[in-house]
Design a protein around this ligand. Sequence first.
Ligand SMILES: Cc1cc2nc3c(=O)[nH]c(=O)nc-3n(C[C@H](O)[C@H](O)[C@H](O)COP(=O)(O)OP(=O)(O)OC[C@H]3O[C@@H](n4cnc5c(N)ncnc54)[C@H](O)[C@@H]3O)c2cc1C
Length: 326
Amino acid sequence: METRRPTSPAAEEILGGYFPVLDHGWAALVDYMGSDEDVERAARVSYGHGTRKTSQTRGLVRYLRRHHHTTPSEMVELKFHCVMPIFVARQWIRHRTASVNELSARYSLMPLLFYRPGAEQFALQSQSNMQGREGGVSAAVYEEAVRRWEALRADAGDAYAWMLEEDVARELARIDLPLSTYTQWYWKIDLHNLLHFLTLRVDPRAQWEIREYGRVLAAMVKRVAPLSYEAWVDYDLSARSFTRAERDALTRLVRVDGGLLRAVDGATLSKQELGDLGLSAREIAELVEKLTSPEWPDFELDLACMRSAEDVGKEMEEAVPGTNFE
Ligand SMILES: Cc1cc2nc3c(=O)[nH]c(=O)nc-3n(C[C@H](O)[C@H](O)[C@H](O)COP(=O)(O)OP(=O)(O)OC[C@H]3O[C@@H](n4cnc5c(N)ncnc54)[C@H](O)[C@@H]3O)c2cc1C
């Protein structure tokens, strides 16, 4: 049966397809409602589909995002099925503006799948960012970490499987499964709040593991609502706001002259002068970072990696200990 609902061909192509994230994780767009045209229609409270040119829709979508008129983008919704380690889920669940239904480990048997960081992700504690990592670790330390992870996980998995064999309640058997254990959920969120989530979670300050999910979800948004995605990259993700002191500093370097911007000849500002304008050492570093030409982000899905729900479900089932306990 043909649908009268607006659809997006690029989103239809990947609907229900599972994309790998980390070593055992997945993200799938299982449903969506609306696209860029629905953002425009809501903003105009107008009738019918398809009466506007793409260039007109683009102009309005970009204006709305630039000026933080966000409710029209709440009219578009996306629903995902995601499989992620519990420590990633704990960061993710802090975003309160979504509807979530997580796998119940009180009811279901947990697949014994554990996240193991690759050697290239294994790093030292960052000295500049207390929530970050930087610098390589020796191969010997990585190998020992892997050995210890595997021993701990084998013990935790054995204890879990043994308790299930003894018919201990699942809600108790699961309590010592580590944070690296993969959980999964259905997650539904509107486009406005999803873009807010992505702004925070594809940012380099977010933990690399959740950023990997952010990258895949962002690429899915690009297929559902490409104009909103483009406006988000331009006006949110790549944008930086300037504080009063930063604006004071910038107006000493560039001035507005007859409606045009004119560089003030040979002007420079020393750290001392920036400090005199009220910027702390950290703010000066942040200003430099804001003005350093970044790489403009873009997110794409690798369709060659897309797998079916049946394949992924089978993989999960095979990782459940002794399915004969059922
Ligand atoms: C890099 C990074 C590091 C972090 N570190 C920590 C940490 O160390 N410890 C920690 O506890 N958390 C940490 N967080 C989580 C962070 O503080 C937020 O809880 C999380 O990012 C969700 O953001 P949010 O509240 O804007 O999103 P959502 O919950 O999706 O909310 C979206 C917006 O809705 C509004 N809103 C939603 N609910 C309410 C409410 N009840 N009252 C008022 N307004 C509301 C707010 O405007 C909010 O911005 C970190 C997040 C990031 C990205």
